[in-house]
Unconditional design. Structure first.
Length: 453
């Protein structure tokens, strides 16, 4: 009988080595396709989220952009169903990027930095004016195909996408706030006349639908500057033109009669400027109207314009505190601009420390409030300040103790009713108790008389 033969040890080693090589090649491909499958799953989740967000925009176009994809609540603080939960997204190897997890702007990136540099493109969508825009980043060695299949031509590097998203979001937020303010103004039927803070659609007429970011007068968050004429909750005309003004006059004539319309036009042509209390117009049934430098406006708009005007006058100074017609909150002005935001007080203090003009103005203000008598004084210069010094250091200024106002010119000081030159006369007064042998005593303020006597 023939003896049976088996494999030798060498043959077995060769076969096993070959199988090991083949399995390693197959494993890398399996991992690659698993990654691609996870990216496709993430795209499916985003498509579903985008579809639900579009429905939100149809239901509530004003607030849909801020609708969060998960853990959202309605206006009554009730829980809303998740559009895309964080846990579900992370099962695909993705996570939400920064604060981009709202219907108006959603962006996801790979959880692992190694994944993003290999096969996981950054994916995002933006919904603007009811239009869905998809974007992607091609930052990895194998992300180009996946990125293009999601976003088409809207593929960029990550930094470009983030810059565009943040700029686009700032525009949309400014537009939303502007339109909300206009709707609030219109909701008060007592508001009428000229309104200069409607949203100008030209401000977004040339914004790109994807990266890169482009800043211009036709793509800017500074678009809340359109003029409209409103009357009792309705927009009558648009634009700061004679034609728009006439259209408004014709509308008022229909509503209140020709005599009323003519009376209002006469006030406008006289460049009327009322006080905060307005002015009653007899031919308009005694209704009260407000005029700001010749424009018929609402009481609210009058106060807003006066607030801006008063703040403008303070730009050459430093100021911390309320401003007339601007409410009771403190307003901070330093270095030629108003400092706003949550850290306004801290930024104001920093500005004072770094700005020589601001330091000198602050030194002048502090010197003035220490004065018990009014009159001319010289502002101090801080000993530590090297040349050149700030504008308000070592200058003559006038302080009115009665009105507590500071003036940099004698003409303005003399124009203050509380500081005008007074004839104390022969009769003694509480603050001007002069000897009888003085016939006439002139003084800038009653509080100044005692010092001179």
């Amino acid at each position: 009988m023939a003896n049976p033969k088996g494999f030798t040890i060498i043959e077995l080693v060769v076969v096993l080595a070959g199988l090991g090589i083949l399995s390693s090649l197959a494993t890398s491909n399996v991992i690659k396709y698993l990654d691609y499958a996870k990216v496709d799953e993430a795209k499916t989740l985003l498509n579903k989220a985008a579809a639900e967000c579009l429905q939100e925009f149809r239901r509530d176009p004003v607030n849909a952009a801020d609708r969060e994809l998960f853990n959202a609540k309605d206006k009554n603080k009730n829980d809303l169903p998740d559009i895309l939960s964080e846990e579900r997204l992370e099962s695909t190897g993705y996570r939400f990027s920064s604060d981009h997890k709202r219907c108006g702007n959603t962006s996801i990136s790979a959880i692992s930095p190694d994944d993003s540099s290999r096969r996981y493109p950054g994916l995002s969508f933006v919904i603007s004016d009811g239009v869905l825009i998809k974007c992607a980043t091609n930052d990895g060695s194998e992300t180009e195909a996946s990125a293009k299949s999601w976003a088409g031509n809207n593929v960029s590097k990550g930094k470009e996408l983030i810059e565009w998203q943040e700029y686009d979001a700032s525009i949309r937020q400014a537009e939303k706030k502007c339109k909300e303010d206009l709707n609030q103004w219109l909701s008060n039927e007592s508001n009428r006349g000229k309104y200069n803070k409607a949203w100008n659609e030209q401000a977004t007429s040339q914004c790109p639908q994807g990266p890169p970011k482009i800043e211009s007068e036709f793509c800017t968050p500074n678009g809340c500057n359109q003029t409209i004429y409103g009357y009792k909750g309705s927009i009558v005309s648009t634009g700061d033109t004679p034609a728009s003004e006439k259209e408004y006059d014709d509308y008022v004539e229909i509503q209140k009669g020709k005599d009323c319309a003519d009376a209002l036009k006469a006030l406008r042509e006289a460049n009327t400027h009322t006080s905060a209390d307005g002015i009653p117009v007899d031919k308009c049934d005694g209704d009260v109207y407000w005029y700001y430098r010749g424009d018929e406006v609402s009481a609210e708009t009058w106060a807003s314009e006066m607030c801006n005007e008063n703040k403008q006058k303070l730009l050459s100074t430093t100021h911390s505190g309320p401003v007339d017609n601007c409410g009771t909150s403190d307003i901070y002005i330093c270095g030629g601009k108003e400092i706003i935001g949550a850290n306004a007080k801290a930024n104001f203090d920093e500005c004072l420390a770094n700005d020589k003009n601001a330091i000198c103005t602050s030194a002048l203000n502090n010197d003035a409030v220490k004065r018990s008598n009014g009159g001319p004084y010289t502002s101090p210069t801080p000993s530590y300040m090297s040349a050149p010094i700030g504008e308000d250091c070592n200058i003559q200024y006038w302080y009115c103790g009665k009105s507590r106002k500071i003036y940099r010119g004698k003409e303005d000081y003399d124009a203050d009713e509380a500081c005008k030159i007074r004839d104390c006369g022969d009769a003694p007064s509480r603050n001007c108790n002069k000897p009888k042998f003085y016939t006439v005593l002139f003084c800038y303020e009653y509080s100044d008389c005692m010092g001179r006597l």
